[in-house]
Write a protein that binds this ligand. Structure first.
Ligand SMILES: [Zn+2]
Length: 293
């Protein structure tokens, strides 16, 4: 169960990132050097927990700790407040420009869209996850954050996190992590807080890092890992640089593009077997499908 090389392979395929010291900002189009970065221009982000079938209070609390970890950093040197709103039954991800109730939701999908009987055979392949409340991103991806933004500015309008509880056993591990049962083969244990802390990094505009497997934003996680629960120094620096306290949040490019909405969803994968290629396939497919205008 080794980590993935998805990031390296993605770069080799000709994509770019906008680097800071040890962190990478998410670009609207990471194949375009002139793309703008994603970031929040408002003063607070409110998230709502939608839980999922069988999700425990302990797991919801672990989600809360992850957001709090980032909020603590923003309180130290940032300009955003991350706060929890009331629980919701809304299990849709993405953004409806005609709606007034676009929540930033955090939820666990407990069924896989590809399992028999979950999705009717003649259904539209778009938005199956939201319509049928199922995980639609393959079984090597642990969790996925979907950001909707304005391509002209990179302003994020909405951010939703889905956890793949259909493919992974989400646990609240001890601080030292969970270990897989001996002889368990394909161990699929994922620590809730480890996963969520990484995903909230995507919410605030961080992309994966490719040269530091110990980073909060490394693209893969070992089974039962808890390393990503805490923010590495570059991720903390990102908060200070991009969301400076008492000053406006910082764009990375000022290149007007188009006015419509865009959606981007980085996939975060776990290693199983020969991991790199599997994860890359998942990532590319996700970006292609989830980006829409
Ligand atoms: Zn990720």
């Amino acid at each position: 169960m080794s980590g993935l090389l998805a990031g390296l392979l993605t770069l080799a395929a000709g994509q770019f990132v906008f680097p800071g010291p040890g962190y990478n900002r998410t670009l609207v189009d990471n194949r375009d050097r002139d793309s703008v970065c994603l970031y929040w221009g408002m003063e607070s982000i409110t998230y709502h927990q939608a839980g999922g079938t069988g999700v425990t209070a302990e797991q919801l609390q672990a989600v809360r700790r992850s957001w709090q970890t980032w909020n603590d950093e923003f309180a130290r040197c940032g300009n955003l407040a991350l706060q929890e709103g009331s629980p919701t039954t809304d299990r849709r991800v993405g953004y409806d420009p005609d709606a007034t109730d676009n929540l930033n939701v955090v939820l666990f999908r407990t069924r896989d869209c590809d399992d028999a009987g979950v999705v009717p055979g003649n259904s539209d392949p778009n938005d199956r996850g939201s319509i049928y409340d199922c995980w639609d991103y393959g079984d090597t991806v642990i969790a996925l954050t979907t950001n909707t933004y304005r391509p002209s500015s990179g302003f994020v309008l909405d951010s939703d996190i889905e956890m793949n509880a259909a493919g992974f056993e989400f646990r609240v591990c001890p601080a030292t992590g969970c270990s897989c049962p001996i002889g368990s083969g394909n161990c699929n244990i994922a620590d809730v807080e480890n996963t969520m802390t990484h995903e909230v990094g995507h919410v605030v505009g961080l992309d994966h890092v490719f040269d530091n497997q110990d980073s909060t934003m490394a693209a893969s996680a070992e089974p039962g890992e808890t390393l990503k629960r805490s923010l590495d120094l570059p991720s903390r620096q990102f908060v200070c640089d991009v969301y400076p306290q008492g000053r406006p949040s910082q764009a990375c490019r000022v290149t007007p593009v188009k006015q419509e909405l865009g959606t981007i969803a980085p996939g975060c994968s776990a290693g199983t077997g020969a991991p790199g290629l599997v994860a890359l396939a998942a990532l590319v497919r996700l970006l292609g499908r989830r980006r829409r205008s």
